[in-house]
Design a binder for this molecule. Structure first.
Ligand code: UDP
Ligand code: MG
Length: 330
């Protein structure tokens, strides 16, 4: 293998946690052990760290994070003032970690993603890549519904011209400058996996098999998945608006042709018999119009929310590593 281009980074592993009391201890232990071996192997700097973000959990997650911070020098904790959702929690973590780290890995607390891929991500970073996407090679562990809906969604997004890495969620490594670039997208509802490809910089993929949740249940119930999908579409592309316009144009042309046909028949002396189907077409068109208005409304709602420029999250407390280091030095 060629010599790495970059020195061993100070690595941050950022983990958003929402009601993850059942998996937290395991997660901390596994990631801590991984970080330890990577430091031993001189792949990353000794002051590399884990950053757990408590996204307004209602269980003991934050208490556990505080204990971990007190016990382990390599652990930092960030508590948001309320539940802001996975994407905002992740952004909060990235924004906190980036000034302190050269490379930042984000991973879910349930460790469904293979933590050993992190080593390969760091190798890719050292070889010169700024963005390393974790790509799920097999999703057998996910439910049939989750697999099929995800597949359909990726295809839909691709058809609408949104660049997105297939079977990649939020398990990735970003260099410091890539995170800084990402944070310059200030939209209130950020769809991170759509924004990262827009930031650019050299990127590559690392493949891994996705496992099952270690414990607890998914924090992405159907309505949150749908909301994220809707967010992905409306924040990344205006293709649905164009489709509405194209559909409208098509129907106009069709009705003009029909009018012509009716007129020609009338002048030829054939009055067209009452068309019962006319009622059906009125209902159908009414439906199409309401659906179209709904989609347009979704975009207008988005403009409304974005113009307010509301903050994406509030930090309630932050336990940094430097503070702890200062306390420990005599
Ligand atoms: N999560 C979060 N805030 C939320 C929902 C989820 O921070 O409002 C975190 C959660 O703790 C986990 C990650 O987002 O670390 C992904 O959630 P989950 O594993 O439940 O999603 P799934 O793998 O089922 O898609
Ligand atoms: Mg999960």
């Amino acid at each position: 293998m060629p010599a790495p281009l970059r020195p061993a980074p100070r690595l941050a592993i950022v983990v958003p946690c929402y009601n993850e009391e059942e998996v937290f201890a395991y997660c901390q232990q596994e990631l801590g052990a991984l970080l330890y071996t990577m430091v031993q192997d001189q792949m990353v700097q000794p002051d590399s760290f884990l950053l757990f973000i408590d996204d307004g959990s209602r269980d003991t997650t934050w208490t556990q994070i505080k204990t971990a911070c007190a016990e382990e020098i390599c652990v930092q904790g960030l508590k948001l003032s309320r539940n802001e959702g996975h994407q905002s929690a992740l952004l909060a973590g990235l924004a906190t970690a980036a000034p302190q780290a050269d490379a930042i890995v984000s991973i879910d607390a349930d460790l469904q993603d293979d933590i050993h891929a992190i080593r390969r991500m760091v190798e890719a970073y050292r070889a010169g890549y700024d963005v390393v996407y974790g790509v799920r090679e097999s999703r057998q562990s996910d439910t049939w519904f989750k697999r099929t809906s995800a597949e359909g969604f990726y295809r839909l997004m691709a058809a609408m011209g949104v660049r997105q890495v297939f079977n990649h969620a939020d398990f990735r490594l970003l260099s410091q400058r890539a995170v800084e670039g990402l944070l310059r997208y200030t939209e209130r509802n950020a769809y991170i996996r759509g924004l990262v490809p827009l930031v650019g910089f050299p990127s590559t993929e690392v493949r891994y098999a996705r496992g099952v949740r270690t414990a607890g249940e998914s924090k992405y119930p159907l309505h949150k998945m749908l909301a994220l999908g809707m967010e992905g579409i409306t924040s990344m592309t205006v293709t649905p608006l164009r489709l509405i316009a194209a559909g409208g144009l098509f129907i106009c042309l069709l009705s003009l042709t029909a009018t012509y046909y009716v007129l020609v028949r009338k002048f030829n002396g054939n009055t067209v018999a009452g068309w019962p189907s006319i009622i059906l077409s009125i209902f159908f068109m009414g439906g199409v119009q309401m659906l179209s208005l709904g989609i347009i409304g979704e975009y207008i709602g988005k403009i409304y929310l974005e113009t307010k420029q509301r903050p994406r999250f509030h930090v309630e407390s932050f336990i940094s590593q430097d503070e702890k280091a200062a306390l420990l030095t005599p």
